[in-house]
Design a protein around this ligand. Structure first.
Ligand code: ADP
Ligand code: MG
Length: 250
């Protein structure tokens, strides 16, 4: 049961249904990519999984290693092992990256247990080196004044430090030049392994040259309309998204 299982998930924004019986299983150890045109509900999926209050789950289940997480708050989902990197990461003025990640890790410890500061900074610097993030960033406020690429690297730094069981990365490639894309991809690839399941949301095939997925899913109008091997991404790149409309069940 080491899976993130999304079963018949229906999500609305206000009265408008966006996700329609969305169903997908990500086994630990695999990287699944979701590709789809803009406005199809990819970010809605990520936000609903994170527990964003604007996104109303009207029915369905999300089972993390067999346990339904939909009834739990966002912080509990995080502690249960779910990680989200958002398409548009928020700025948190006044909170440094070092303190932000430290607080997140501290909140995972049992009451009365204290995070070892020396070990923490050692690991933080090691991961920052991996992601080619300058050490002066440790004392900068989270995402404040960061470039697009710096924000995305900061997201992957959080993921590297929190060591989630399942990570959902929403358009982690958007706004990145090729060098930043490589660094982010290297970071994600270095975290790949039997203990992590990844859901990679992307509009473009380009990212998948660097993070090669085990399975590619095509999303259209709030649901998966086709799944296949990594080559499916190339097909989408060459044919565009127009033909995908015909795959929607009547
Ligand atoms: P994608 O990430 O695939 O581009 P989104 O999930 O962002 O798609 O959007 C799906 C649909 O929901 C779009 O029509 C979008 O305009 C609408 N939508 C998304 N977020 C909101 C919101 N906070 N308020 C109102 N409509 C929204
Ligand atoms: Mg989106």
């Amino acid at each position: 049961m080491s899976t993130l299982e999304i079963k018949n998930l229906n999500v609305s924004i206000g009265d408008r249904p966006i996700l329609k019986d969305f169903t997908l299983t990500i086994p630990k150890g695999e990287v699944h990519a979701i590709m789809g045109p803009n406005g199809t509900g990819k970010s809605t999926l990520a936000k609903a999984l994170a527990g964003h209050p604007d996104y109303t789950v009207t029915s369905g289940e999300v089972l993390l290693d067999g346990k339904n997480i939909l009834e739990t708050e966002a912080d509990e989902r995080s502690r249960a092992g779910l990680f989200m990197a958002f398409q548009y990461p928020s700025e948190i003025p006044g909170v440094t990256i070092a303190n932000f990640i430290r607080a997140a890790l501290q909140s995972r410890l049992a009451e009365g247990e204290e995070l070892d500061a020396t070990a923490y900074y050692k690991k933080l610097y090691q991961k920052m080196d991996l992601l080619k993030i300058d050490r002066k960033f440790t004392s900068r406020a989270v995402n404040e004044g960061f470039s697009g690429g710096e924000k995305k690297r900061c997201e992957i730094l959080q993921m590297a430090m929190l060591e989630p069981s399942y990570a959902v990365l929403d358009e982690t490639d958007s706004g990145l030049d090729i060098d930043a894309l490589r660094i982010v991809a290297d970071g994600v690839n270095s975290l790949r392994g039997a203990k992590l399941g990844v859901l990679l949301i992307t509009h473009y095939q380009r990212l998948l040259n660097y993070i090669v997925p085990d399975v590619v899913h095509v999303m259209y109008d709030g649901r998966i309309v086709k799944s296949g091997p990594k080559e499916l991404a190339l097909e989408l790149e060459s044919k565009g998204y127009d033909w995908v409309k015909d795959l929607v069940p009547a």
